[in-house]
Design a protein around this ligand. Structure first.
Ligand SMILES: Nc1ncnc2c1ncn2[C@@H]1O[C@H](COP(=O)(O)OP(=O)(O)OP(=O)(O)O)[C@@H](O)[C@H]1O
Ligand SMILES: [Mg+2]
Length: 287
């Protein structure tokens, strides 16, 4: 319902046009010329709406309630950073939002469609078309080149190899790695490997990219460069991104920051960090 979704998390702390690209990052600088204006993000329709998402795990007698009713609204073109302590459930949440894991209760709607009403096969197709994933470890296939890794989603979707290869080249150019196209993952630096993983996640031009600590294994300068690039790409393609990160400096580049605390999302961190009003639940869509 539009009147409800309007109340969900919006771009409360918009990034300025120049914020998306870091110095010395040509790909980032180029992409940052096409930013989504802050006001555009604020007015944009809701892309993803989660309500009352709960997830628990049982190991023997032990029950771990990880998500206890997560509510979230993400707009088209919005970059949302999710922060929280280790073990708070950030990865679990990302998996539920991306349809990789089914919550025990609650709903996740993508452009109004309840994704968990889809059967496994349709859900998988839906994911491939609409969502991109970037993980902490790049999960590139070691025996394939950068280009082959990036074109893999196309081959899996039975695209013509030449079309998939063209698309992969285009994406490698976007992440500034055309001259590494023939390198295998172990012939790339950690930062380059992650840029290949980002390129691969964008293959289907997904409306939503979910990134789980994509810079967790990189040194601070490389991490900063990758975040700048990701955010610049998000702006250029008007994509929504949900980025889990432990790094509050990097999270500050996002439009919106939320903290996963005690199984729910909040607008403010445990120590009262930047980003919002104390104690307010993020994306409160009740009422
Ligand atoms: N498949 C599973 N089976 C049982 N328990 C699990 C499973 N997956 C996660 N958990 C538990 O759920 C809790 C949340 O895990 P999760 O990986 O979502 O945390 P996180 O916030 O991503 O942590 P980190 O920052 O360390 O990556 C943890 O206590 C973890 O042990
Ligand atoms: Mg995690």
């Amino acid at each position: 319902m539009p009147s409800e979704t309007d109340k969900q998390v919006g771009a409360t702390v918009p990034a300025g046009p120049g914020d998306a690209a870091g110095p010395g990052d040509a790909a980032g600088r180029e992409a940052a010329r096409h930013p989504v204006a802050a006001s555009e993000v604020g007015e944009a329709p809701v892309l993803l709406a989660a309500a009352g998402v709960t997830r628990e795990f049982r190991i023997g007698e032990t029950r771990i309630e990880v998500l206890r009713g997560v509510d979230l609204g993400l707009r088209e073109g919005e970059i949302l950073a999710v922060l929280g302590a280790s073990g708070a459930g950030k990865s679990t949440l990302l998996h539920c939002l991306g349809g990789l894991d089914r919550p025990d209760a609650g709903s996740v709607r993508f452009r109004g469609q309840e994704i968990f009403s889809l059967a496994e096969r349709e859900l998988s197709r839906f994911r491939n078309r609409n969502m991109g994933f970037v993980f902490q470890f790049h999960h590139l296939m070691p025996e394939f080149t950068a280009e082959e890794n990036v074109m893999m989603p196309g081959l899996v979707a039975r695209q013509a190899p030449e079309a998939a290869r063209r698309r992969a080249r285009e994406l490698l150019a976007e992440v500034g790695l055309v001259d590494r196209a023939e390198h295998k993952p172990d012939e790339l630096s950690g930062g380059e490997q992650q840029r290949v993983a980002v390129a691969r996640s964008l293959f289907a031009a997904p409306a939503l990219v979910l990134a789980d600590e994509p810079t967790g294994n990189l040194d601070p300068a490389t991490a900063r460069g990758l975040h700048d690039l990701m955010y610049a790409l998000a702006r250029r393609h008007r994509q929504s991104w949900i980025v889990v990160t432990h790094n509050s400096e990097l999270a500050a580049l996002a439009d919106t920051r939320v903290w996963l605390v005690d199984g729910v999302l909040r607008r403010e961190g445990p120590a009262g960090g930047a980003g919002g009003r104390a104690g307010e639940r993020a994306g409160d869509i009740s009422g």
